[in-house]
Design a protein around this ligand. Structure first.
Ligand code: PGA
Length: 237
C-alpha cells in the first residue's frame, strides 16, 4: 500500500488525475470505477482539462460508478448519474453508452444489482477504482455491517451518512434513505485502487481503516488486503 499526504487539495487533484491519465494512456479501453462526493470534483475537472487540451482520449474508456440513491431518477439533480454527467461525462469525449451508474429507479432493484455485477464481469473487472471514504468508513455505500457484502446490493444508509450528505440537499429529510452500491466483489477485484481523502475530520477514520483491525465495521479496512492501493490524503479542504 502506498499512503501519502500532500500539502493541498490542488496537489491531491493533480496527483490523482495524473494516475488516472497514466492508466488510460497505457490502456485506452480502461474500465474505470468512479466515485461521487466532493473529493473527486477537482480530479474530474483536471481530467476534463487534459481532454480538452488533446492530451487524454476517453473515446474507448468504460466507466462503472460505485453507487446511486434508490428512488430518484437520472434527471434528478441529486442523482449520481446527474453528478457524473455534470462533473465529468459532459466535459470529455466519452461515449455515454459506455458509462454506467446503477439505475435507482429500476422496477426491480435486486435485478438491477445482479445485472450490475454481470456487467462488471462482462467487462473483465475494473482496471482502476477511484474511491473516497465516508466518516463511518464506508466505501461506495458499503456501510458498517457485520459482514463484508460481496455483491452489488441495496443498502439502508446510516444516520451518519444521511447527515453528511444532507449538505447537498435542501434539508436532511430529503436525503434518500437507501441506495444501490457495488459490493466488495467489484471494488476489491479492481486491479488498482486509488483512494482520495481530504479534510481533518477524515483523518481518524482513515487511520482506523488502514492501520486498525480489518473488520466489516470499518468497510474500507478490507483494502489492507489488496495488493495495489494508493491513498492520497490532505488536510486541506
Ligand atoms: P466526500 O464523500 O468525497 O464527499 O467526502 C466521500 C464518501 O462519502 O465516500
Amino acid at each position: 500500500m502506498k499512503f501519502y499526504t500532500v500539502e493541498s487539495y490542488e496537489k491531491l487533484c493533480q496527483d490523482a488525475s495524473a494516475i488516472i491519465a497514466e492508466q488510460i494512456k497505457s490502456k485506452p479501453n480502461t474500465v474505470l470505477g468512479l466515485a461521487t462526493g466532493s473529493t473527486p470534483i477537482g480530479t474530474y475537472k483536471k481530467l476534463a482539462e487534459m481532454n480538452k487540451a488533446g492530451e487524454l482520449d476517453f473515446s474507448k474508456v468504460v466507466t462503472i460508478n460505485l453507487d446511486e440513491y434508490a428512488g430518484i431518477d437520472a434527471s434528478n439533480d441529486q442523482s449520481y448519474r446527474y453528478f457524473m454527467n455534470k462533473n465529468l461525462f459532459d466535459n470529455i469525449n466519452i461515449d455515454k453508452n459506455n458509462t454506467f451508474v446503477p439505475n435507482g429507479k429500476a422496477e426491480d432493484l435486486n435485478k438491477e444489482c445482479e445485472a450490475y455485477d454481470e456487467r462488471i464481469k462482462a467487462y473483465g473487472g475494473i482496471d482502476l477504482q477511484l474511491l473516497g471514504i465516508g466518516h463511518d468508513g464506508h466505501i461506495g455505500f458499503n456501510e458498517p455491517d457485520s459482514v463484508f457484502e460481496t455483491k452489488t446490493h441495496v443498502v439502508k444508509l446510516t444516520d451518519m451518512t444521511i447527515k453528511a450528505n444532507a449538505r447537498f440537499f435542501e434539508n436532511e429529510d430529503e436525503v434518500p434513505k437507501s441506495a444501490l452500491t457495488m459490493g466488495m466483489f467489484g471494488i476489491f477485484n479492481a486491479k488498482k485502487i486509488l483512494m482520495i481523502v481530504n479534510g481533518k475530520e477524515k483523518k481518524e477514520i482513515l487511520e482506523k481503516a488502514f492501520f486498525g483491525p480489518i473488520t466489516p465495521e470499518v468497510p474500507a479496512s478490507i483494502l489492507q488486503l489488496h495488493g495495489d492501493v494508493t491513498v492520497i490524503y490532505t488536510e486541506d479542504k
